[in-house]
Design a protein around this ligand. Structure first.
Ligand code: OSB
Ligand code: MG
Length: 368
């Protein structure tokens, strides 16, 4: 593999409707579209999924752009990459900055798969031809949450994730359960609770939730193990798991029964796959998390979720869940609750050049 050029584009797009969590509201999404071009003119695409501000992890669009431009791309310029795993291992010399690393590493995976005329799913060991699709409800009121659920039920989604925080938990879930006694629902707290809320979280056992995601601190593993001993609802970790090492420790300590894998959060597909493989061996269910992403990252998520251990529907919704018009063509669509896994080379989605152009705010080119 000979990299000839890398293009970074910072894009910006409004969401169709605001995304509310207790940490803040997202109305406009910025992201970094990474294009890695080889000496034959083949382009591989990745997406830097950090947000504009560091509300979910410490990275931002600007720190990612800096780390990619001034640290990671120079490493790629100095070292020959024969396989995407070489890039993942090369990047291990740099601490953290996982979303910056993942954006580049995943573009290299797409390029590698395209150059091998193989789908990305197949290259990483995917076994599914379609994946079950779940959707997130991030509303600022109960009526709005109920409206959203009603709409998404019509669209056929197979799992519903409700954002909760103290005061917007028991009563909200109770109402939802009253209308939808059988719906597969789960809750995501994005670290809104502490161990002092043990009773409050125990009370949620009433609702037969598939799981509760990241109830306690974003960097905690120990306290989650104490919480899991006190409640029946399975705990799923998101923010706390930023590496294979974290996943191993959390499983060992009984801090969670399920892991949400996001390639961006753990530094790329290589690390995501290591976590997946370990969980599969240990009988821990995993699912693919979402980042309010554009089509490139969505396409990578589809390939990742085609691995055998992804047994629970993830946050992989249709392009039209968030966007009027996505930057890929065709867009990701959900039919009868499933997204089909492309079998064409690479991520299997093309670029909507017009949409990419009109949303691009910054463009940087690096020649090799
Ligand atoms: O906590 O899983 C999360 C979105 C942005 C940042 C963090 C999270 C989320 C979501 C999923 O909940 C959004 C999606 O479907 O893309
Ligand atoms: Mg989460």
């Amino acid at each position: 593999m000979r990299i000839a050029q890398i293009k970074l584009r910072v894009i910006s797009m409004p969401l169709k409707s605001p995304f509310h969590t207790h940490l803040g509201t997202v109305t406009e999404r910025e992201g970094i579209i990474v294009e890695v071009i080889d000496s034959n003119g083949i382009s591989g695409y990745g997406e830097g999924v950090a947000f504009t501000t560091p509300w979910y992890t410490e990275e931002t669009v600007r720190t990612s752009l800096h780390i990619m431009s001034d640290v990671l791309i120079p490493l790629l310029q100095k070292n020959l990459i024969k396989h995407p795993e070489d890039a993942a291992i090369l990047f291990q010399s740099i601490r953290r900055n996982h979303m910056a690393k993942a954006g580049l590493e995943m573009a290299i995976w797409d390029l590698y798969a395209k150059a091998s005329l193989t789908s990305l799913s197949k290259v990483i060991g995917g076994t599914r031809s379609e994946i079950a699709s779940g959707v997130v409800i991030a509303a600022d009121s109960l009526p709005s949450a109920l409206n959203q659920i009603e709409k998404y039920v019509e669209e056929g989604y197979q799992r519903y994730k409700i954002k909760i925080h103290p005061g917007q938990d028991y009563t909200v879930l109770e109402k939802i359960r009253r209308y939808y006694p059988e719906l597969p629902i789960m809750a995501d707290a994005n670290s809104a609770y502490t161990l002092n809320d043990m009773d409050r979280l125990k009370a949620l056992d009433d609702f037969n939730l598939l799981m509760i995601e990241q109830p306690l601190a974003s960097d905690d593993i120990i306290e989650h193990s104490l919480l899991q001993k006190g409640i029946n609802t399975p705990i799923c970790l998101d923010e706390s798991i930023v590496s294979f090492h974290d996943a191993k420790n959390a499983i060992e300590l009984g801090s969670c029964k399920i892991i949400n894998i996001k390639a961006g959060r753990v530094g790329g597909l290589y690390e995501a796959k290591r976590i997946h493989d370990y969980c599969l061996k240990r009988g821990i269910d995993v699912w693919c998390g979402g980042m309010i992403e554009f089509g490139i990252s969505r396409a990578h998520n589809i390939a990742l979720a085609s691995l055998p251990g992804f047994t629970i529907p993830g946050d992989i919704s249709a392009s039209n869940r968030f966007w009027e018009e996505d930057i890929i063509a065709p867009e990701v669509s959900v039919k009868n609750g499933f997204v089909s896994v492309p079998d064409t080379p690479g991520i299997g989605f093309g670029i909507n050049e017009k949409r990419l152009k009109e949303t691009t705010r910054i463009e940087k080119v690096f020649k090799f």
